[in-house]
Design a protein around this ligand. Sequence first.
Ligand code: HEC
Length: 166
Amino acid sequence: MKKLILILGLVISIVLVMSFVQNDTTDNQEMVAFPDGYRDWTHVKSVVVMESHSLYERFGGMHHIYANEKALASMKDGSTYEKGSVLIFDLRHEVVADSFIYEGSRRSVAVMIKDSVLFPETGGWGFEEFTKDDQRIRIVKDANNQCFSCHKTQKASDYIYSKYRD
Ligand code: HEC
C-alpha cells in the first residue's frame, strides 16, 4: 500500500512538473480567450476619448467597461482580484451628430484575466486585444510593453483603473 502511494505521488509530481514546463513554453497570450457573453456582465462605466487627446489614434472613441462576477466582487470591496476575474474594455468609434455622441462600429475588445500562475510578469493579469469583431485577430505580442506599461501604475488597486460606483 505504501509503495502504491509512493508511486502515485511520483506520477502526480511528474505530471505537475510537465504541465509547468509546458505553460512556460506556450505563448501566454494564447491563453486569454475571447470573452463570449460579456455583454451580459456588469457594465462598470463608459467614457469617450475625444479627438484632441494624445491617445486618440490608439484608444479614441467610446469605450464601455464590463466586469464578470468575480471581478465585480473585488472591485466592490477593494480586495485583490481572484483567479478567473475578467475585465473588458469594449472600444467603439464615436459618432457625433446633433450634439449627441453615439457609439459607432467596434474598434476592438481588450481583455484582462487574472491568473497569477500563468501571468506572473504582468501583475498576475493576462492581457489581450481582439480586433473589431474578429476573435481570431489578436493584437498583443508583448503584454508588458503594449499593456502593462500603463496598468502597472495602478498597483494599489491590483492594476485596475476602474472603480466601482452604485
Ligand atoms: C496608455 C495607457 C494604457 C495602455 C497602453 C493600455 N491601457 Fe488599458 N486602460 C488604461 C486606462 C487609463 C484605463 C481606464 C479607462 C477608463 O477610465 O475608462 C484602462 C482600462 C482597461 C481595462 C478595464 C479595466 C481597468 O483597468 O479599468 C482593460 C480590460 C484594459 N484597459 C485592457 C488593456 C489591454 C489588453 C491593453 C493592451 C492591449 C491595455 N489595456 C493597454 C490605460 C492603458
